[in-house]
Each structure stands twice: as C-alpha cells, then as structure tokens.
Design a protein around this ligand. Structure first.
Ligand SMILES: *Cc1c(COP(=O)(O)O)cnc(C)c1O
Length: 360
C-alpha cells in the first residue's frame, strides 16, 4: 500500500513493526487457542444507565475493590484500558526519548518493545538463559541509562514463573535508578507467587495486572497498575481524562465483587486441572518433542516439524500461536487452555501426525 503522506510520519513510527495480535493474524476456525483468552463468555448485565455523563477517570468502586483484592490501599491502584495502556503510560511518564532506555528479556510479551519504539525510546534486551530464567549478571551489566525494566512473571510465552530471588536481585541493584515493572497478567493461575507484597521494601516496584485472562474479560479492556502512591500520581498526569467508559467500570466492578472473585477462582481451578491433564497426554504423542509445564492458562509444545503441525491444525480450524521465530523457542507453538472439548479436539487432531509431521 503506498501512502503519499508517509513522509510526514515520525521516523520511529515509519520504522515500527506493529504488535501482531492474535486478532490481526486472523485465521478461520472454531477452536481458538491462540490468544490466552478464557474459552467461554461470562454473563454480565449493565446497571449504570447514565451514559449522558462523562465517567469518573478512576471509578472509585473499581479502585477500592481491586485494592482490597490485591491487599493494598486505593492510593496504590491505577485502572487503565488494559495492562497494555499501563505499559505505555509508564514509558510516557518516565522515559526521555532519545536518552533513557527500556530493558526487557526475550522471549517475552511483545508490547514492551512496541510501546517503547512508538515513543522513540531505545530498547535493550537481555535474553533469558537456556533454562528460561533471568540472566541477572548480564542484566545488571547493561543497566546504565535504563529507566524501566519490564519483567513478565509468569512469562508469556514460556508459561512459567521467573525465580523470585532473581527478581529481588534486579530490584536491589536498581533501587533509586530505575522502575522495575513486574507484569503479573497471569498471576491468578499461581497467586502465591505474586511479588506485590514487596512494594513496601522496594518503592520502585510496579506490578501490572489485567481482567483479560483469569477474569475472562479480554474484550472489556481493563487493567491495573499497582505501585507507590507517588508513581500512581505521576501516571495520572499522563492518562487520558476518561480512560474507561461507564459500561467498562460497571462490569469491572461486578467482576471484582466477592461473587465475581469466587467465580474467577473456580475458573482458574478448572483451567489448571484441564492443563494438568492434557500436558502429560500430549507429551506422549509421536509428533511432540516436548510439552512444557506451565504456571498459567497456556503452555508451549515443541514439535519435530512445527510448520507442518501449525498449518495442518490451522486447516482443520484449530488455531495455535506460532512462537518459532522467538529466541530459544525453535519448533515451539503456544497453546491456550480451552474447554475440555477443545483440548480433546486438539489431542485427536495431533494423533494424526507422525514424528516427521506428516499426516499418517
Ligand atoms: C495479555 C497480556 C497483557 C495485556 O493485557 P490487557 O489488559 O488485555 O491489555 C499484558 N501482559 C501480558 C504478559 C499479557 O499476556
């Protein structure tokens, strides 16, 4: 597509590769296991009819319920249009373009680099170790000029927790110099591992959360930043005046009620059980080299011939996420945990492939 106005576009935006969301990648199927969504819709009804009025910038009930759920106080909580908006707000508020840098550890979530590049902020990367853990000495070696370290734990797409001790070492070494942002988008699947209680000790710790995964509300677009009140106040300076629409706040508030929280915990138990039954079963199949354990609602499978498997499943309407272009993830496809029936369809479809990937 030629765009006669392209010479007017900022250079870093011209050069930007946009985030390849599952939705943009398309596909035509009936078994969608590619976006880490909850597999079935949850019902809500709208209770607020005052759409003639602007919404509250930070709806009080949503904030106070989330604070209570997270074990914090309301002044530690910011709500935004998904955790994705929070990733971007932090860069806008803390990083000087052309001067400060953002560090993240691939293979990991794609939005840290996209948001940094959009604002003209340089990125540094430090690959995870072969065991898919933080390479702490290498991170600390390149920490100069870094304003924000993004750490995703449990990590997407690898599906496992990063060692708490390593995160603590990064926090200790960056005190007073940089923010350490721990992205806990999937923490509901392993809640005991949250680092949120470390915030007292480390005032530069920021935790990101979302309603998109365990809360089954990816379409709502609602996420949270947990941090010291000073950090929250700074982010409030740059956030849009009305980041959440009235219906979003209405539904988020219901999702965070006692009833909403117990429904969420029941969904987590169900998905974790499905995951723990299917990973060992899939690991036995001839086309599978390895099925990796997971602390989340998705997991990686390394196949002997991943392109053939990816396309073969795609053609049958089973859509997975290709991770083979990522460092350390050669041959790997990511599977989101679907319903038991969807996982059974995946299993049955995979039994048709031999070790070379060819259909038998
Ligand atoms: C899904 C996801 C997000 C984005 O969450 P939204 O609230 O839907 O914007 C952020 N971080 C990670 C690691 C994710 O997987």
């Amino acid at each position: 597509m030629s765009d006669p106005m392209s010479q007017l576009v900022r250079k870093n935006v011209r050069d930007l590769t946009p985030y390849q969301s599952a939705r943009r990648l398309g596909g035509c199927g009936d078994v969608w296991l590619n976006a880490n969504e909850y597999p079935t819709p949850v019902n809500f009804s709208l209770t607020q009819q005052t759409l003639n009025r602007y919404p509250e910038c930070q709806p009080r009930e949503v904030i106070s319920r989330y604070a209570q759920y997270a074990g914090l106080t309301p002044d530690n909580v910011l709500v935004s249009r998904g955790a994705d908006e929070a990733i971007e707000l932090l860069i806008r508020a803390y990083c000087e373009p052309g001067q400060d840098t953002v560090l993240y550890c691939p293979p990991t979530y794609g939005m840290y680099s996209v948001s940094a590049e959009t604002y003209g902020v340089q990125t540094k990367t430090q690959r995870l170790t072969e065991a898919w853990q933080l390479d702490v000495p290498a991170i600390l070696q390149q920490i100069d000029s870094v304003k924000i370290v993004y750490i995703c734990s449990p990590n997407n797409p690898t599906g496992h927790l990063l060692k708490a001790e390593d995160i603590r070492q990064v926090l200790t070494a960056t005190a007073g110099k940089a923010l350490v942002v721990v992205d806990e988008a999937y923490i509901e699947f392993c809640p005991q591992a949250s680092v949120v209680s470390w915030m007292q000790q480390f005032p530069h710790l920021v935790v990101l959360r979302t309603l998109s995964k365990a809360f089954a509300l990816a379409g709502l677009r609602c996420g949270f930043t947990l941090a010291q009140p000073g950090v929250i106040q700074t982010l409030l300076k740059v956030i849009a005046p009305y980041p959440l629409s009235t219906p979003v706040a209405d539904i988020a508030s219901q999702a965070l009620s006692d009833e909403g929280l117990s429904a969420m915990r029941a969904r987590v138990a169900e998905l974790n059980a499905i995951r723990d039954t299917f990973i060992p079963r899939l690991a036995e199949l001839p086309c599978v080299e390895q099925a990796f354990l997971s602390d989340t609602n998705y997991f990686l499978i390394r196949f002997h011939d991943s392109p053939a498997i990816f396309k073969g499943l795609w053609d049958q309407g089973i859509i997975l996420r290709d991770q083979t272009k990522n460092p350390l993830l050669g041959g790997c496809l990511r599977v989101s945990i679907g319903t038991e029936a969807e996982m059974e369809s995946l299993y049955q479809a995979l039994t048709q492939f031999g070790p070379k990937g060819a259909r038998q």
